[in-house]
Design a protein around this ligand. Structure first.
Ligand code: HXC
Length: 258
């Protein structure tokens, strides 16, 4: 498939999507969102892919929704077209694990898209924020919800109400990102993580992702119950048997289902 605002690459079992609108700091216009949605779905459906990495440029992961495209919309329009469209949410609905590799600005919709990914890795240059309030609006693609779940009410409230940016170190301290690396090592580190995940049994990785996500959708008792059920379900897989037998035999597991 050919895209204008993103680039895609298959590297072993990892699908890499690079947001690419350098003239606008990867601002998320309708075309980019459409292309990102199509590329992400294609990797999710590709049997050869076990993990998807989303990244941007050195200067910006994405500086938010495209303000110039959005500025003339009125209430009837955003209501009628249910702006934002479903495509904005695609990354949160993928079954395969995803890694966001963030350098530079991840603002507004850019921060929201990064937060839809399962593992967030940041360059030391990364800057996260929900500056929508400065534009007279509020986050519209999960920012008030995912940021609050990630960093807690106090910091999320402060970030959303002031629109200030948080650097990578603060984001790691607050629990938003899994790790911070030097900017020139960002993609290597993200690929290493993605390759490790893509090297697991795929049905087990998908099950594990579902179980972690359940923590955000249920009470503790319900979540623990869900985990127990899907833990039991892994015993229906040959890969569960293979993993444990390989450990006992001191060899690497040869997964059947990838
Ligand atoms: C459209 C944008 C843009 C955006 C940057 N650009 N962000 N265009 N939408 N979100 C464009 C600029 O207009 C400029 O174009 C070029 O990219 C370079 O940006 P500069 O501002 O010159 O760069 P710099 O001085 O380095 O400042 C970087 C910045 C600033 C701090 C990130 O660009 C900025 O504040 N951007 C807006 C961030 C923001 O408010 N995001 C939230 C959007 S609302 P020209 O043509 O002048 O060179 C949102 C809602 C989501 O995301 C809700 C769900 C839909």
């Amino acid at each position: 498939m050919s895209y204008q605002t993103i680039k895609t690459e298959t590297l072993g079992r990892v699908g890499l999507i690079t947001l690419h609108r350098p003239e606008a700091l990867n601002a998320l216009n309708a075309q980019l969102i459409d292309e990102l949605g199509r590329a992400a779905r294609a990797f999710d459906e590709d049997d050869g892919i076990g993990c998807i990495v989303v990244t941007g440029s050195e200067k910006a992961f994405a500086a938010g929704a495209d303000i110039k495209e959005m500025k003339d919309k009125d209430y009837a329009q955003v209501k009628n077209e249910d702006f934002i469209t479903d495509d904005w949410e695609v990354l949160s609905r993928l079954r395969k694990p995803t890694v966001a590799a963030v350098a530079g600005f991840a603002l507004g919709g850019g921060c929201e898209i990064a937060m839809m990914c399962d593992i967030l890795i940041a360059a030391d240059s990364a800057k996260f924020g929900q500056p929508e309030i400065k534009l007279g609006t509020i986050p519209g693609s999960g920012g008030t919800q995912r940021l609050t779940r990630a960093v807690g009410k106090a910091k999320a409230m402060e970030l959303c109400l002031t629109g200030r940016m948080m650097d990578a170190e603060e984001a790691e301290r607050a629990g938003l990102v899994a790790k911070v690396v030097q900017a020139d090592q960002l993609l290597d580190e993200a690929m290493k993580t993605a390759e490790a995940v893509a090297g697991m049994s795929l049905p087990v990785a998908i099950t594990c992702k579902e179980a972690v996500n359940q923590a955000f959708e249920s009470t503790l008792a319900e979540g623990v119950h869900f985990e127990r059920r899907v833990f039991h379900a892994t015993f229906a897989l040959e890969d569960r048997k293979e993993g444990m037998e390989a450990f006992a035999a001191k060899r690497k597991p040869a997964w059947k289902h990838r």
